[in-house]
Ligand binder design. Sequence first.
Ligand code: ADP
Ligand code: MG
Length: 373
Amino acid sequence: MRRVPAWLPAALGAVVMAAAGSLALRWHSGAAGEAALAPPAAPAVPARERREASGEAPVVFRAGFAMGSFVRITAAGPGADRAAAAALQELDRLDSLLDRFYPGSAVAAVNAQAGRARVPVPQEVAQLVELALKIAERTGGAFDPTVGPLVDAWGFGSEFERRRPARPPEQAAIERARRLVNYRDVKVERRDGEAWVGLARPGMVLDLGAIAQGYGAERAAAVLRAHGVKSALVDVGGEIVAIGTRPSGPQGANRTAGSGPWRVGVRHPRFQDRLVATVLLEDRAAATSGDYERCFEYQGSRFGHVIHPFTGWPARGLVSVTVIHRSATVADALATAVMVLGPEKGETIIRSWPGAEAILVDEHLNVRQVKGP
Ligand code: ADP
Ligand code: MG
């Protein structure tokens, strides 16, 4: 896949995967609450297919890199290998549409014309932007896909891995960026099979970083399903979609029992080797936002990459939010929104969101589980 960062050796190996530790959610094979996190069978690139004796479904594992994160696909059944390869290709395609740092992407084109002109985009992009705007509206602007200028002011943009910010930006820079953030200034038009997206003011920046991984996971899962896959787990940077149940057998996540829901461990935000919860997923998705991956510390405080669009400062109050929902796209955006809203308002919105569940970890490391109607 394209855009593997320079620090990542060409061949993705188990060692790199483990060392990077970049996945908030990890699927695992143990019983609920088990602390030891055994990574899945060592990722093999190209995919390794193992057909176990006794007629069990072949299980393939493929790893890649897309949307700024590791991607892991586990799929079982006939044709799983080709299906997984196609799913990775789909993520590559979406990267080249949705990544604002990807030269020539639809989102980059929209940003380049901010304040000047609306830009023709594929229907798919317009639809995703529309959904993002709807979620922005429903979350009172806590999720805001125009947060780009603030993300850049804080140094969480494309340069982050190479040049970590040493301290918060000047308040004046935060104020300047903040004035450019408002999802109401995004215009989407769709007519006769064509679509456009425009930003009303110069300097505005569309940033789909808080929803694209979820959408990518959902699309990758759709590709697997279209290939006839009935059992799979897609993981795009911690945004996870489960198709069906896990397969039984040696690679099927549990050596003794038969099939059952996929088990996904929610990583403890402060202790790498601990879990705060185990989520059971069957044809559902889980997405996690936290303050512990893309972040920096300054004078004893931690500043994460989820930014409060109103204050212009990184979200406070919650250190990790996992949202479970039928749609990975919604789960991803909602997890970011809840991080911004904080423990009380965040809990309120989950309780009112049909089909949503969430695991919230606050700054005192209290864990709470909440459920929508
Ligand atoms: P992760 O990438 O760890 O899953 P998120 O889904 O929360 O985390 O996405 C964080 C990214 O979303 C940031 O890097 C930034 O690009 C963007 N972002 C930050 N704050 C917001 C916000 N309030 N609303 C929408 N997008 C945001
Ligand atoms: Mg998100």
